[in-house]
Design a protein around this ligand. Structure first.
Ligand SMILES: [Zn+2]
Length: 330
């Protein structure tokens, strides 16, 4: 039936009616807060491209994680900034490395908070790429198969430190299978893998690279991250990761790829995580600072849209603010 019998505005008349028929809920329990953990002690370094976000030494990261937990945020995602880097990225699997120490420190204080260390080599390699390089300087490429054992080794190191999920973000082919096998061999059959399955070679990562000090010294990551134009290929990436044993899949970035989030959800019925990345955060912050947008309303609309697209959870630098605003609305 159509107008005048059908009037969709009837259910928009009051807040109570709108609440009754609301399809998508946003809750602090859907959010994951990323933290940049740096070596050394008593360090808090602001990141100019991500206003309000800091690189934190471990004791400050623990305090930040505690604040997140108190706001009802169930998980933190850790990025390590080591003191030293080398060509292989050996700091990634150092059992006394910055991320491993941070996992232990957070789990000791906050055993119920989920701790998810990002698993990649780019924060630990001197050249800034996500795997080991092969070939001479100008023609150097990342060696996929030589990188897999290093990722597997890092995954086991994260597991031993007490990680709740293993989260590979490198985009090497076959890494989920290699990591699953290594975890199972070491007795970590019950540890889930959150795969960065459809990670696009996006300009929106710019602010993150300053934060994690992981800009490639030469070249870019288009040889392994996905072409922003490809949605079908994103589904192939996701389905391969599922076949290899991924328990949750991720789409990154979020806002320019909401169609991919929806397609991944429809194609897999898997738990889907979307990463609302640094560039997305920086745009909102800049627009709010310029007086062009209301920050609170913008953030809540953005995060709701990512959930509506099909994401079960959202990784976002807005997590603490959003959790606070949501609790004020209850
Ligand atoms: Zn990487």
């Amino acid at each position: 039936m159509s107008f005048p019998a059908t009037r969709l505005r009837r259910l928009r008349r009051t807040g109570a009616l709108r609440g009754l028929v609301r399809e998508t809920r946003l809750d602090a329990s859907d959010l994951i807060l990323p933290l940049f953990v740096t070596h050394g002690s008593d360090r808090r370094e602001p990141i100019s491209t991500l206003p309000g976000v800091e690189r934190l030494s471990i004791e400050h990261a623990v305090a930040e994680a505690a604040q997140a937990a108190a706001l009802g945020i169930p998980a933190v995602l850790l990025f390590g900034i080591p003191a030293d880097k080398d060509a292989e990225g050996s700091g990634a699997w150092d059992d006394e490395g910055v991320v491993q120490l941070a996992i232990r420190a957070i789990k000791e204080q906050l055993p119920d908070l989920l701790v998810i260390p990002d698993l990649c080599l780019c924060e630990y390699t001197s050249h800034g790429h996500c795997g080991v390089l092969t070939g001479s300087h100008q023609a150097a490429t990342v060696d996929n198969d030589a990188t897999l054992p290093l990722l597997a080794r890092t995954a086991v190191s994260h597991a031993r430190a007490g990680a709740d999920l293993i989260a590979p973000s490198d985009m090497m082919d076959g890494r989920v299978g290699a990591i699953r096998a290594a975890l199972d061999d070491e007795g970590f059959e019950d540890l889930p893998i959150l795969a960065y399955s459809a990670k696009f070679a996006s300009v929106f990562y710019g602010p993150f690279r300053e934060a994690a000090d992981s800009t490639p010294a030469s070249g870019d990551r288009r040889g392994y991250q996905m072409d922003p134009a490809n949605g079908e290929e994103a589904l192939r990436e996701v389905l391969l990761d599922v076949e290899e044993g991924a328990d949750l899949v991720m789409v990154k970035p979020a806002l320019p790829y909401l169609d991919v989030v929806r397609r991944v959800k429809d194609a897999t019925r898997m738990p889907v995580v979307a990463y609302n990345v640094g560039g997305e955060y920086a745009m909102v912050k800049a627009a709010a600072a310029a007086g062009a947008l209301d920050e609170r309303a913008t953030v809540l609309e953005v995060l709701t849209s990512i959930r509506r697209a099909g994401a079960d959870a959202v990784i976002t630098y807005h997590a603490k603010d959003a959790a606070r605003w949501l609790s004020e609305m209850d």
